[in-house]
Design a protein around this ligand. Sequence first.
Ligand code: HEM
Ligand SMILES: *[C@@H]1O[C@H](CO)[C@@H](O)[C@H](O)[C@H]1NC(C)=O
Ligand SMILES: *[C@@H]1O[C@H](CO)[C@@H](O)[C@H](O)[C@H]1NC(C)=O
Ligand SMILES: *[C@@H]1O[C@H](CO)[C@@H](O)[C@H](O)[C@H]1NC(C)=O
Ligand SMILES: *[C@@H]1O[C@H](CO)[C@@H](O)[C@H](O)[C@H]1NC(C)=O
Ligand SMILES: *[C@@H]1O[C@H](CO)[C@@H](O)[C@H](O)[C@H]1NC(C)=O
Ligand SMILES: *[C@@H]1O[C@H](CO)[C@@H](O)[C@H](O)[C@H]1NC(C)=O
Ligand SMILES: CC(=O)N[C@H]1CO[C@H](CO)[C@@H](O)[C@@H]1O
Length: 328
Amino acid sequence: MAGTSSARIVLVVVSGVLALIGSAQAQLQMNFYASSCPKAEQIVLDYVKQNIPNAPSLAASFLRMHFHDCIVRGCDASVLLNSTSGQVEKNAVPNRTLRGFDFIERVKSLLEAECPGVVSCADILALVARDSVLTTGDPFWNVPTGRRDGVISNITEANANIPSPFHNFTTLLTLFSNQGLNLTDLVLLSGGHTIGISHCPAVSRRLYNSTGAGGIDPTMDSEYAENLKANKCKTASDNTTILDMDPGSRKTFDLSYYSLLLKRRGLFQSDAALTTDSTSLAFINQLLTSSPQFFFDEFAKAMEKMGRVNVKTGSEGQIRKQCALVNN
Ligand code: HEM
Ligand SMILES: *[C@@H]1O[C@H](CO)[C@@H](O)[C@H](O)[C@H]1NC(C)=O
Ligand SMILES: *[C@@H]1O[C@H](CO)[C@@H](O)[C@H](O)[C@H]1NC(C)=O
Ligand SMILES: *[C@@H]1O[C@H](CO)[C@@H](O)[C@H](O)[C@H]1NC(C)=O
Ligand SMILES: *[C@@H]1O[C@H](CO)[C@@H](O)[C@H](O)[C@H]1NC(C)=O
Ligand SMILES: *[C@@H]1O[C@H](CO)[C@@H](O)[C@H](O)[C@H]1NC(C)=O
Ligand SMILES: *[C@@H]1O[C@H](CO)[C@@H](O)[C@H](O)[C@H]1NC(C)=O
Ligand SMILES: CC(=O)N[C@H]1CO[C@H](CO)[C@@H](O)[C@@H]1O
């Protein structure tokens, strides 16, 4: 009896240690490429610093691209893959407005020249997103590295997992929870909408096809809605006009996104939805009554957490040679 149970304890201890080793291997770490490609992170940063000032609007696109990558099959650069079938994530509705794929590919080619086959596209995207947002001033977040690239990209999964601007709070929280992200992460990461642009189709329904007067969504500030109809989305079918996500402050990472939400001037139903849940609303109020630095610090934690979603590490996946193509 005693022999069996001590053997059992040994087994438990041994498997515990193995699990620890396993999970240690499976973790991202700061400066993962320190010995395999010491200049990697500097090369990314230099390229971003040199080129984002010529195309500053790409910073927002990379932040969004990183999110779309992580929320479908984990942060594995699946969003970057091309296909001849037109059935990859890139082709999914929410991805049609992503910009900057060629920029990522150019960073990749610099890193392939420096250390071939070492730095993953998933890490490159995570670093480019962080470094390019930092060109707006704030915030900074840690990007532990060691992600590996996936080999599958599937349009159906992108359409199913990427939240839509028409989703309500329950659906948004479900989609985030499916990836191990919680309500706090949902509110903080939605704060990414403090920078960048959108197009009319994401908001037309709220302007032209809702239950309120003139087809306006009654949960949207009517003055804001009338203004968008008069000056931006002049017809219900406009699919080209660009809108600021955070009018007046789309280039600055700040709290104004949350202030607008309380004024019922969130652009999408999904933005407005954050005020429909009492816990979420209380957190928005907390953000607004704290210093911007509190938002930056919390946002940074949420970004680091998002960057760990279902990552492939160790010997999983591969290190692509080109970000748009699986190695053959
Ligand atoms: C919560 C659910 C979310 C929904 C429903 C959503 C939806 C959208 C939509 C519809 C656009 C406009 C696309 C266009 O028409 O061009 C957009 C833009 C953007 N989103 Fe989100 N998003 C969500 C969460 C996030 C998160 C978590 C981040 C990053 C942390 C993010 C960052 C951005 C950025 C930076 C833009 C501007 C992109 C640009 O300027 O090209 N979004 N989002
Ligand atoms: C894409 O994913 C969907 C849903 O998981 C699955 O039914 C479909 O077979 C996948 N497509 C391919 C080409 O693997
Ligand atoms: C949210 O949307 C889902 C899917 O459209 C729907 O089933 C659900 O009833 C909605 N929830 C609320 C609270 O409106
Ligand atoms: C969400 O997770 C973070 C840790 O990642 C935690 O600090 C926060 O309290 C959680 N929020 C909720 C609503 O559970
Ligand atoms: C208006 O909304 C209804 C119900 O949501 C939908 O069936 C219809 O297709 C929409 N019309 C337009 C022009 O978007
Ligand atoms: C915009 O709408 C026009 C006319 O309906 C259509 O031909 C075009 O493909 C649409 N463009 C996009 C980007 O969806
Ligand atoms: C991937 O597709 C884009 C857009 O169609 C194209 O510009 C790019 O050259 C392709 N990349 C590769 C490596 O084939
Ligand atoms: C950036 C990108 O790849 N956009 C594609 C999104 O999907 C549409 C339609 O499937 C393609 O035409 C775009 O090229």
